[in-house]
Design a protein around this ligand. Structure first.
Ligand code: OAD
Length: 253
């Protein structure tokens, strides 16, 4: 329990907090992760003979959108009806007691915003925002139910696609700029939750914050490259750990 109390003490005195999150935060809402046991990339080769990374890539979307859409539809089906869990809710709830709470997420499921977080940088985009690959048509959908396979633009009949970052594509400039702007001021505490921390743009913000004196926390049942570098490595699930931190925070106020 002490580690949760120690983190709660840091949070109580914090004015600026950054949460870096990945698929593990949504695992407690029943969504599959990408890697690890039962993860989407466990069956490395698709029925079409491509790796899942090739199937979910920008070049594949351009050449054979039906292949990419097959897996996008699967990802969306897994998200459909999912509700935020205690981890999303605690992160959103912290806005009531901490002046600035920024969420920098790789998740495309939109659950941080659904939970009420108001400052969310979706660095891999959002599944619910669709746009045409040819014309300027853009729309927001709650679900993919009833979409064609692959879905076509109602205006020009070119394939449409979600505003997510596919393999081989650049990160959204606006998201990168918002993260850079967020680092103009120091953070007091930074959390990395539920991510395998495979990408430099996910690991670096935690290390930058540490260098500038922020306390660092990782919440993940498995070890990652960050585990040995953070001040508070918490080997637990996101909902359980964030629930305990919230409890410790309330108990001490
Ligand atoms: P991964 O699937 O790579 O990693 C999920 C992490 O969550 C692992 O480290 C697990 O140990 C951890 N985990 C599992 N259950 C958990 C729980 N209940 N609580 C906390 N942690 C848990 O997911 P990401 O790191 O998000 O990108 O993957 C990064 C990116 O890889 C995704 O955004 C996606 C994928 O390619 C794109 O689609 C561009």
């Amino acid at each position: 329990m002490t580690i949760y109390r120690d983190i709660a003490v840091r949070l109580r005195h914090a004015r600026r907090v950054l949460f870096v999150t990945g698929a593990g935060v949504s695992a407690d809402s029943g969504l599959p992760t990408y890697r690890g046991l039962g993860g989407l990339y466990e069956d490395a080769i698709t029925d079409e003979g491509f790796s899942i990374e090739e199937a979910l890539s920008g070049p594949m979307m351009a050449a054979r959108p039906e292949v990419t859409w097959k897996y996008l539809l699967e990802i969306e089906r897994n998200c459909r009806g999912a509700r935020p869990n205690l981890a999303h809710e605690v992160i959103a709830g912290l806005e009531r007691i901490i002046p600035e709470v920024i969420v920098y997420t790789q998740n495309v499921d939109g659950l941080h915003s659904t939970a009420g977080s108001s400052d969310v940088i979706e660095i891999h985009g959002n599944l619910h925002l669709l746009h045409c690959t040819h014309c300027r048509f853009a729309t927001r959908v709650e679900t993919y139910a009833g979409l064609g396979d692959p879905p076509l633009c109602p205006k020009c009949f070119a394939p449409i696609r979600p505003a997510v970052v596919l393999f081989g594509e650049a990160l959204p400039e606006a998201g990168v700029a918002r993260l850079e702007a967020a680092f103009a001021e120091d953070f007091d505490i930074v959390f990395s939750i539920g991510t395998s921390s495979l990408f430099p743009y996910i690991v670096q913000p935690v290390l930058w914050a540490k260098q500038s004196g922020a306390a660092t926390v990782e919440i993940n049942p498995a070890e990652t490259v960050l585990s040995a570098h953070v001040d508070f490595p918490v080997a637990a699930g996101a909902a359980e750990a964030m629930g305990r931190i919230w409890h410790a925070l309330l108990a001490d106020t």
